[in-house]
Design a protein around this ligand. Structure first.
Ligand code: COI
Length: 356
């Protein structure tokens, strides 16, 4: 696919928000990228247009049957002014994995990265430079045919919107408290747990509200069959340091294959840590806690970056981790990963792409 991307610029640019109070996902830039998929014609009409509301038929399939996928990645402002993307090829590859499971037509990954770079060039003044800020990128696809029959759609929109952001958690790099959810489940093998689709998040909201009601930041999901094995946290993959080794749940079909997860594993291994990707039961974590061997826990995600976990609550058993403080591994991992993302450290893994 090598179609020309049409560009229509806005006449009414918005005022940019204060970079020191961005929060997460509260502001959107002046333009968006959009293209249509029409059965028989493929992905057509790529365009960068002023950020605007969508006009959709109330019967649009996405409203009823949730045939949609999304991605999340970031652009970073380096100290020398360059704009850097972190592993965008991995996001586009994963979007096609989600597309396949949701029966949405595949995208041309290289073309989408080109479109994304074009959009960021148009919006370059929106990439923030304050400490800890970035431009969050949200590509998504929705089924838009007006039809109440449950079938694959014949018309989709692929859209990319951009949002200047600060930290996802108000805690920043301070450890978060996590509630282990044992009543509700997120996903089972054979379902859509490994995809980035809205339904996974819709079904998480009740448990999230329950956790927030108890002053926990997010929930830790257990497997949907035995409610025994650790899966992932609300918006991040999860790692534990037990007796010197790093353990994270394996990708067995029900958890998201996080790009920050994958990058963290590569960094940790490069430091000589043994990283085990395997089944990890909550009982094993509890036992390690009792034996004084649960040294650290942290989450990884594009939005969450590296987020230390300072406390777990499993059925009322409270497990403070590393005295509720940031552990040395989480801290070094945060510094290294963000150092590469912001262009402060040498990109030895070749993960960063400049937007130019
Ligand atoms: C991300 O980390 O990019 C995500 O997609 C999590 C999001 C649901 C906040």
């Amino acid at each position: 696919m090598d179609q020309e991307i049409k560009i229509v610029l806005t006449n009414t640019p918005k005022e940019k928000p204060d970079q020191n109070h961005l929060g997460f996902g509260n502001y959107f830039t002046d333009h968006m990228f959009m293209m249509d998929y029409i059965e028989g014609q493929g992905w057509i009409d790529p365009r960068i247009i002023p950020y605007q509301n969508l006009s959709l038929d109330p019967a649009a399939m996405v409203f009823h049957y949730a045939q949609e996928v999304f991605e999340g990645l970031k652009a970073y402002r380096a100290a020398d002014g360059r704009i850097l993307l972190f592993r965008p090829d991995e996001n586009m590859k994963r979007m096609n994995v989600s597309n396949d499971r949701l029966d949405i037509p595949a995208l041309d990954e290289a073309f989408c990265i080109k479109a994304l770079k074009e959009l960021i060039k148009v919006e370059q003044d929106w990439v923030p430079s304050a400490e800890g800020t970035s431009l969050y990128i949200r590509p998504f696809i929705i089924a838009v045919d007006p039809s109440l029959g449950v079938h694959r759609a014949s018309h989709y929109y692929f859209i990319i919107i951009l949002s200047p952001v600060g930290a996802y958690y108000p805690e920043g790099l301070n450890p978060v408290k996590i509630y282990v959810e044992s009543e509700y489940v997120r996903a089972v093998k054979g379902g859509v747990g490994f995809t980035k689709t809205g339904g996974n998040y819709a079904s998480s909201i009740k448990a999230q509200s329950k956790a927030e009601g108890m002053h926990y930041t997010q929930v830790l999901w257990l497997d949907g069959v035995e409610r025994k094995y650790i899966e992932e946290v609300g918006t991040m993959n999860v790692f534990f340091k037990i007796d010197g080794k790093i353990v994270t749940p394996g990708l067995e079909g029900s958890i998201l294959s996080g790009i920050t997860r994958k990058s963290s594993i590569e960094i940790l291994k490069s430091w000589g840590y043994e990283v085990e990707e395997r089944k990890l039961s909550i009982d094993e974590v509890e036992q390690a806690y009792r034996d004084g061997k649960l040294e650290e826990a942290f989450g990884t995600g594009t939005a969450a970056v590296i987020s230390p976990i300072g406390e777990l609550n499993y059925n009322g058993d409270i497990m403070p981790i590393n005295n509720g403080e940031i552990g040395p591994v989480s801290h070094k991992l945060y510094e290294t990963l963000t150092g590469i993302q912001w262009g402060k450290l040498k990109d030895e893994f070749n993960w960063v792409q400049e937007v130019k």
